[in-house]
Design a protein around this ligand. Structure first.
Ligand SMILES: C[S@@+](CC[C@H](N)C(=O)[O-])C[C@H]1O[C@@H](n2cnc3c(N)ncnc32)[C@H](O)[C@@H]1O
Ligand SMILES: [Zn+2]
Length: 269
């Protein structure tokens, strides 16, 4: 079981009777579903920050089709059989974190997301991981407490990752490559922008690159519903014009492709 840091006073939080408590009397109850909200009201920029319920459900429906299993497998291929302490930042609804937990151990794992809808769904997937509603920018974890940190399709909060990752520990980052979902983007935009992900643009000399690889996968979306769920989990959901979004059903039955960039970085001592 990880030791968490009280978001109010930074003392250690310990779990007893379904509540996390510090010595200064701050208390955070674990919801029935099994997650804990450690996001203080003053840390919230909106009432419900992060992905909303519809986005979370769309992500779950799409991921459970297994289209992105090749990505999960590529990540698992790099993992040891267990890890004393690991953390998934922006864990979403936990589809990847649950697979990490099955390999690395669940009770020694923490999944953090700012969206309570996402964390609620993640807690449904796996009862033993410690799921927290918290910001990746202010992790409720102690310095150098983690051996491994995952950041998949989520902004990199470099300073807090550097703080919680122990020297020699590993950061695994996934972003999208230039051709990711190209047929979808061509259907949405007149002018498709090509920009590939590189965590090196954000990370500094506290990290050194261990490996960088690209992964391509292809599949045939079966239905308009699948394409709508896929769209709802990407930034194009917000960016594209409504008229363009209305037409994506025509992509059903035609090839779609994923292009991912997987990078492993070591926290330098
Ligand atoms: C594109 S989703 C990726 C989810 C998951 N990693 C996956 O690949 O399925 C990005 C996630 O980051 C979360 N998020 C956004 N801002 C955040 C923050 N400041 N701290 C933690 N999570 C955040 C969102 O709620 C959302 O679940
Ligand atoms: Zn406290």
């Amino acid at each position: 079981m990880p030791t968490l840091k009280c978001p109010s006073c930074e003392q250690a939080l310990r779990l007893s009777d379904n509540s996390w408590r510090c010595d200064n009397g701050h208390q955070f109850d674990r919801a029935k579903r099994g997650y804990t909200n450690l996001l203080l009201a003053q840390q919230r920029r909106s009432r419900s920050p992060g992905d909303d319920k519809a986005m979370v459900q769309a992500r779950t429906s799409f991921l459970e089709l297994g289209r992105y299993q090749p990505l999960a497998d590529a990540l698992l291929a790099h993992l040891p059989d267990e890890e004393p302490a690991w953390l998934d930042i922006g864990c979403g609804e936990g589809w990847y974190s649950d697979q990490f937990a099955q390999r690395l151990g669940a009770v020694n794992g923490v999944g953090v997301d700012i969206s309570k809808f996402a964390v609620d769904a993640a807690a449904k997937r796996n009862k033993r991981v410690t799921w927290l509603v918290a910001s990746g920018a202010r992790l409720p974890l102690f310095d150098a407490s983690q051996q491994r940190v995952f950041v998949l399709f989520t902004r990199l909060f470099v300073d807090d990752i550097a703080r919680v990752l122990q020297p020699g520990g590993e950061l695994m980052v996934v972003g999208t490559g230039e051709t990711h979902l190209l047929p979808l983007r061509e259907a949405l935009y007149d002018d498709v922008r090509q920009s590939g992900f590189d965590a090196g643009k954000f990370l500094d000399n506290r990290f050194e690159l261990l490996s960088s690889e690209t992964l391509h996968c292809q599949w045939i979306p079966e239905s308009e519903e699948e394409l709508r769920n896929l769209l709802a989990m990407t930034p194009h959901h917000w960016r594209a014009r409504p008229e363009a979004k209305a037409g994506i059903g025509t992509l059903a039955g035609k090839p779609m492709n994923g292009h991912f960039v997987i990078q492993r970085w070591r926290r330098v001592a």
